[in-house]
Design a protein around this ligand. Structure first.
Ligand SMILES: [Zn+2]
Length: 279
């Protein structure tokens, strides 16, 4: 999965580091990140790369995280003049770009960018927020409200019946591959209750034997995904589709699942685990 970057080590502890010239400077705009692309490989600019055209780049940087000895900072207002091959690229590139640890760094930095962009003002009193110095938090000096990074819990559901797995396709989205059922956890429910509710809402089927598989940070939607397998309760496989959410939902025999391995998502790993008889 995209976060599996061993032997590289992701360290997300917050520090009030000042950037050094060799550190990576991540510049984002909606759906885009500045990087250089060499076939399938990507590299981000360092402060050394950017400082010639951007006088204040070192002063307006926000420390994000570290991978091995490499530190990553968010920067603002980069001069868009051509920068020796660096250009804005769509964040979808991070699903499959190499090296994987830089792809994971890029999409995780983009998630933090989205959070910082949406936390400029206090949600309680409307005053400007400022960066806290000790932790990754935005603070309101007027009413003392504290804002921490937003992560939404969601579930991915592998619904099985004997030797069959239910695959779906989303309605009205650009993502057209087969997926598993999925949904956000609502206030007041456990994640196991989310599994039962989402399956009933999306395909009208009861479930039993809900069992946890694995989790995954999914920065593309600021979620943490929790994967569960569960069994159909009963023998009636008839699907009642929620057409607002899904374009189709279809049962597949284990060895006829039309999905191939992809390194990015928990969904793909779960489908392949079932296809290969591992669960
Ligand atoms: Zn406030």
């Amino acid at each position: 999965m995209i976060q599996d970057i061993a032997p590289h080590h992701f360290d997300n502890a917050y520090h009030s580091y000042a950037p050094r010239e060799e550190d990576f400077a991540i510049y984002c705009q909606p759906h885009q990140v500045l990087l250089k692309r060499q076939e399938d490989r990507i590299i981000f600019p360092t402060f050394q790369d950017l400082k010639k055209r951007n006088d204040d780049i070192l002063e307006n940087a926000t420390y994000l995280f570290q991978i091995d000895e490499f530190r990553f900072f968010l920067v603002k207002h980069v001069n868009p003049e051509p920068l020796s091959g660096f250009q804005m690229e769509n964040t979808e590139i991070f699903r499959l770009a190499e090296p994987q640890y830089l792809a994971f760094a890029g999409i995780t930095a983009y998630q933090l960018y989205l959070w910082y962009e949406s936390r400029k003002f206090c949600g309680c009193c409307g005053s400007p927020l400022r960066h806290d110095e000790k932790e990754r938090m935005m603070y309101c000096d007027h009413c003392h409200a504290m804002e921490f990074p937003k992560i939404s819990p969601a579930v991915i559901i592998g619904l099985t019946h004997k030797n069959r797995l239910l695959l779906s396709k989303y309605a009205g989205r650009t993502y057209k591959k087969y997926a598993l059922l999925a949904g956000y956890t609502e206030i007041g429910e456990t994640v196991e209750e989310t599994v039962s509710r989402e399956v009933m809402e999306e395909v009208g089927l009861p479930v039993k034997n809900i069992r946890y598989y694995k989790s995954q940070p999914w920065p593309f939607s600021s979620t943490v995904l929790m994967g569960f397998f569960c069994d159909l309760d009963g023998d009636d496989e008839t699907v009642t589709l929620d057409a607002n959410e899904l374009a189709l939902a279809q049962w597949f025999e284990r060895d006829e699942i039309p999905v191939t391995p992809s390194r990015d998502s928990l969904t793909n790993e779960m489908i392949m685990a079932f296809k290969n008889g591992l669960v």
